[in-house]
Design a protein around this ligand. Sequence first.
Ligand SMILES: [Zn+2]
Ligand SMILES: [Zn+2]
Ligand SMILES: [Zn+2]
Length: 258
Amino acid sequence: MSYPPIKITFLGTGTSSGVPMIGCGCEVCTSTNKKDKRLRSSILVQSATTTLVVDTTPDFRYQMLRADVKHLDAVIFTHPHKDHIAGLDDVRAYNYFSENPMEVYANVLTQEALKRDFYYAFAEKKYPGIPEINLITIDDTPFLVGDILVEPIMVHHLKMPVLGFRFGKFTYITDANGIDDTQKEKIKGSDVIVLNALRKEKHLSHFTLDEAVAMADELKIPQAYFTHISHQLGRHANVNASLPKNRQLAWDKLVLEF
Ligand SMILES: [Zn+2]
Ligand SMILES: [Zn+2]
Ligand SMILES: [Zn+2]
């Protein structure tokens, strides 16, 4: 199957608190390296005709301004945690200019949280100026957004099912600490994988750096980038120097083309 050329932009690569974390004076949070400034984790996926975003973080508005995203066709959600959905209200700007509701792809679990957290957007009687949302239910079945084929990959975030997404030769997985064998098959053959790597110490619901490297190795993916990074992981430059060239931390504004 042919796949359109796509461009991936990392809008954010930080864990839920972002880096720097409010009030923290550690060596990462006080670093002057721009690559140690991480907004909450999200990517932009663009073909010549279609633009979509994976997750709307608390930084969504600023991420769209920073990446100068004038038009957005769809939002695709990974899971309902706040650091992945909090920015949804700001799709209002796209509603205003497109005069259309935003297409929002989410599984049933995420939809429950959206309807709770953004109840006013789903109310019978809506007041003016609220976000207009067209919810589209997804599971692990592939779907098309414009000319971009999206292949969901179900991963585990402790007990919560989370959707990763494969776009042609690129696979994006955030907020996971386990992947079943059937889902691993969907990832194999990717040229690049993004995996979450929170920190070096063990965590309940996120891969550690070593676990993320091991997963990329096991799946034999030529290039891996790590995201959803905590200030506890260490400075970008130091951590990357300790890793092989094909296993590296991502950074905000990193662009990949396929
Ligand atoms: Zn998260
Ligand atoms: Zn810190
Ligand atoms: Zn999460």
